[in-house]
Design a protein around this ligand. Structure first.
Ligand code: DX5
Ligand code: ZN
Length: 213
C-alpha cells in the first residue's frame, strides 16, 4: 500500500518542517488538497504555497483538485511537474479532454468520485487513467469520519479495472487510519491518503509505516 499524507492537516506555521518530516518519514507521495470555495465549501492553498511545497518536496506531488475550473488550476500547477493531478468527475463536463491535456503535459491523470458517484459512471474513461480516487468523506475538510460504503465501491471498481485497465491504481481519501487499512487493502486499494491520522500522530514515520501494509 502506498501512502500519501495530506498536508491539509499539517501545521502551516511550520510547513517546511512538516513536509520534510513526511518525506524523511518514508511517505510515497505528498497529497496536496486544492479547494476553490465553490466546488467545496472551503478554501485551502493556491499557487504561492503550492510552489513552496514543490520546492521543498523530495517525494512526488499528488495534487487533488476540488474546484469548478479544472483547466485553470492545471495551468497554474503544471510547471511543478506533479506525478498525479486528480479532478472530480462531478465538476467536469469534458473529463476526457482534461485527461488528454494532462497526458500532453506528462502528468498522470486521475479522476475522483464523491461518495455518491458510481464506478460505472467512469467505466469508459478507465483505459485512459492512471488512478481513480474514491472519496471516503465528503470533500472539503480533514478529520471527518470514514464512509464505509467505499469498501464495496472499491471492490466494484477493482473488477472494472481488471477488465478495462489493470495498470490503473485505486486511491482512497478521507478518514483512513490503522483501523480500516486492512479492509481497504483486501478490497484492492493501492494508495491511501491520510491527513489527520499522520499529522495527528506523535511519530509521523511510525504512522506512515503502519499504513504501508
Ligand atoms: C478532504 C481531503 C482529504 C483530507 C483527508 O477534502 O481531500 O485529502 O485532507 O484528511 P483525513 O485523512 O483527516 O480525512
Ligand atoms: Zn484529498
Amino acid at each position: 500500500m502506498l501512502v500519501a499524507p495530506s498536508i491539509l492537516s499539517a501545521d502551516f506555521g511550520i510547513l517546511n518542517d512538516e513536509i520534510k518530516a513526511i518525506c524523511d518519514g518514508g511517505c510515497d507521495l505528498i497529497h496536496v488538497d486544492v479547494m476553490d470555495g465553490h466546488f467545496v465549501p472551503n478554501m485551502t492553498i493556491g499557487p504561492v504555497v503550492v510552489n513552496s511545497v514543490g520546492a521543498i518536496a523530495t517525494k512526488p506531488l499528488d495534487i487533488h483538485l476540488m474546484v469548478e475550473d479544472n483547466n485553470f488550476f492545471i495551468d497554474l500547477f503544471s510547471h511543478l511537474k506533479p506525478k498525479y493531478i486528480s479532478f472530480h468527475i462531478e465538476s467536469e463536463r469534458h473529463p476526457h479532454r482534461v485527461i488528454q491535456k494532462l497526458r500532453a503535459l506528462d502528468i498522470k491523470p486521475a479522476i475522483v468520485l464523491n461518495p455518491h458517484s458510481t464506478p460505472e459512471s467512469i467505466e469508459y474513461l478507465l483505459e485512459d487513467l492512471d488512478m481513480v480516487l474514491l472519496m471516503s468523506v465528503n470533500p472539503g475538510f480533514g478529520g471527518q469520519k470514514f464512509i464505509t460504503s467505499v469498501v464495496e465501491k472499491a471492490q466494484k471498481l477493482k473488477s472494472l479495472i481488471d477488465k478495462r485497465n489493470p495498470n490503473c491504481l485505486i486511491q482512497v481519501d478521507g478518514g483512513v487510519n490503522d483501523k480500516n487499512i486492512l479492509e481497504l487493502k483486501d478490497a484492492g486499494v493501492d494508495v491511501v491518503v491520510a491527513g489527520s491520522y499522520v499529522y495527528g500522530a506523535s511519530d509521523y514515520s511510525k504512522a506512515i509505516k503502519s499504513l504501508q501494509i
